[in-house]
Ligand binder design. Structure first.
Ligand code: NAD
Length: 542
């Protein structure tokens, strides 16, 4: 047995390819997009390493052309969920006993497969299935997924080397046990990389999972599962179970072996899961770990010293990239009256230039929102703003769902800093602006801090560094990821560990070792070489 103490080196982030016209990567990607369009697939459940097909099926359709079917998937019933739990429990012993360097090797192998052999497969599936343009797919499905895998192997090696000292007459050890039971992973539609990490972070630390993927991101998520298997993941370590969220959630939470939930998605779903766990607490063998990253109402505060061009470009990208369907997307902005006319002109100029449409046309900056429910929800907000005397829509405001779920990037200006679209997460391409009097900056910072229940991301734009530092201080709890002169999106693994507090989640910072700590339950082992043979203290024997 190789019992070397091994350290994985600090990896570098996966380079983002450019996909310029005529480049090798662009040619391969275009071919793969056409292949996936022409060849709809079947997506079975994968339980204990085996494909399982059920009586109930659903369709995976393209958000930007909803008549196009990409896949037929099988939905779990209670029986398959229970099979998934059993498979995860059965796999726990072999997986948790395996040397952690072997587990790490499987993660690193998966990273290599995505970086090379399956790069265009993952990009095309994410583009077609989740309506991301080339760049948005590349930074998510490829680069961030690879970074999570590689950095987690590195972070794990740092955790495993944390050992207590062994002084005279004793040997002290920390054993970083995986949790006892299985982990329920529940992933959102919007990031392929998050779906990967929700599973692979606990798996790296020796846990096994029952995975409920979002029905609207099944194409890319199924390919992920296949890649993990090809990388050597043993049967049952991850069990891929598409189907109804409420049924799967209820069945999983009834298991006494539930050891943790790794969740990313809406507050509504996370709160529901948390409540259900708390109601059934006495029934579990351990206290389940509840790790959830949820919604955001992310802000940009502009100081009068800021650059107009920088503010406009970053607000536009921050609010509208991937149709605003990023938990970190800017959705409220506070602008001083002195800068507003110029920033407004610049935002209108960019808006009239940016194109919206199918992901197959690389010139489209904006694509479709994920599904009809999301489209209708966003349109309700736009109609509300249209009807309000306290709001004016200066850009966009329309949507069309005939071919795909297209919502125009929309900018609302409001005179009410507590306007509904300043407070609630819309999860679509909608930015609301409140214009403040320059002399009321202090008041505006307070407003920003108290306006929404969330605390995920935020940014300040200011060329006055002292002001920026003071805003950073005063908004300490308003954002778990705070940016100075940058848009509050696009966190990179290893550089900006990600997560927020308040209503935005438990802030366990995916992309850092903090998250991995949640998936272990350390055992301290002390061995004494000369056990005591006398009950009296020394001074009692004088
Ligand atoms: P969602 O809550 O609707 O769905 C998330 C997942 O939960 C899906 O797989 C869904 O099927 C499942 N689900 C729904 N009800 C369930 C139940 N009762 N039991 C078990 N599972 C259930 O969220 P979404 O629409 O996929 O994602 C959008 C949300 O995710 C937004 O609020 C966004 O801000 C948030 N998000 C947060 C982060 C972050 O890091 N903070 C990152 C990405 C997305």
């Amino acid at each position: 047995m190789n019992n070397a103490i091994y350290n994985f080196l600090l990896p570098s982030n996966e380079p983002v390819l450019e996909y310029k016209k005529g480049s090798n990567e662009r040619i391969l990607l275009e071919k793969e997009l056409q292949r996936q369009l022409r060849n709809p697939i079947e997506i079975p459940l994968i339980i204990g390493g085996k494909e399982v097909r059920t009586q109930q099926t659903g369709l995976v359709k393209m958000p930007h052309r909803h008549t196009q079917v990409l896949a037929t998937y099988y939905k779990a019933s209670e029986k398959e969920v229970k099979m998934g739990i059993k498979a995860a429990l059965d796999a726990h012993r072999i997986w948790s006993d395996l040397s952690w360097t072997i587990r790490a090797a499987i993660l690193l192998k998966a990273a290599e497969l995505i970086s090379g052999k399956y790069r265009e497969l993952m990009n095309a599936a994410t583009m077609l299935g989740q309506s991301k343009n080339i760049y948005q797919a590349e930074i998510d499905a490829v680069c961030e997924t690879i970074d999570f895998l590689k950095f987690n192997a590195f972070f794990a090696s740092r955790i495993y080397e944390m050992q207590p000292s062994s002084t005279f007459n004793q040997l002290n050890k920390m054993e970083f046990r995986p949790l006892e039971g299985f982990v329920f992973t529940v992933s959102p539609f919007n990031f392929t990389s998050i779906a990967s990490n929700l599973n692979m972070a606990p798996v790296m630390m020796g846990n096994t999972t029952v995975w409920k993927p979002a029905s609207t991101s099944l194409l890319s998520n199924y390919y992920l599962m296949k890649i993990f298997q090809e990388a050597g993941l043993p049967d049952g370590v991850i069990n891929f179970i598409p189907g109804s969220g409420s049924m799967i959630g209820k069945t999983v939470l009834e298991s006494p072996d539930l050891a943790g939930i790794h969740f990313t998605g809406s507050n509504e779903t996370f709160n529901h899961l948390w409540n259900q766990v708390s109601l059934q607490l006495p029934h579990y063998k351990s206290y389940p770990r509840l790790i959830g990253e949820t919604g955001g109402k992310n802000f940009m505060i502009v100081h009068p010293s800021a650059s107009v061009q920088e503010v406009a470009v970053n607000a536009y990208r921050g609010a509208f990239e991937f149709q605003g369907q990023k938990c970190s997307a800017v959705s409220r902005m506070y602008v001083p009256v002195s800068l507003w006319p110029d920033i407004k002109t610049e935002l209108i100029k960019i808006s009239s230039d940016a194109k919206m449409g199918d992901v197959l046309d690389p010139l489209n900056f904006i694509n479709a929102v994920i599904d009809e429910g999301s489209f209708d929800n966003i349109m309700d907000y736009l109609r509300y703003a249209e009807a309000s005397k306290m709001a004016e829509i200066i850009v966009g405001g329309h949507g069309d769902k005939q071919v795909g779920y297209f919502v125009e990037p929309t900018i609302i200006v409001t005179t009410d800093p507590k306007f509904k679209t300043m407070e609630e997460e819309i999860f679509g391409p909608v930015l609301t602006v409140f214009v403040y009097q320059d002399e009321k900056l202090d008041e505006t910072i307070e407003l920003c801090n108290a306006t929404s229940p969330y605390g995920l991301t935020g940014a300040v734009f200011s060329r006055d560094r002292v002001v920026a530092a003071s805003m950073c201080e005063r908004l300490r709890y308003a954002a778990g990821n705070f940016y100075i002169n940058d848009k509050p999106t696009g966190a990179i693994v290893g550089l900006q560990p990600f997560g927020g507090s308040r209503a935005s989640g438990t802030n366990d910072k995916a992309g850092g070792e903090f998250n991995l700590f949640r998936w272990i339950s350390p055992r301290t082992i002390k061995e004494t070489f000369q056990p005591a043979t006398e009950y009296r203290y020394n001074y009692m024997m004088e």
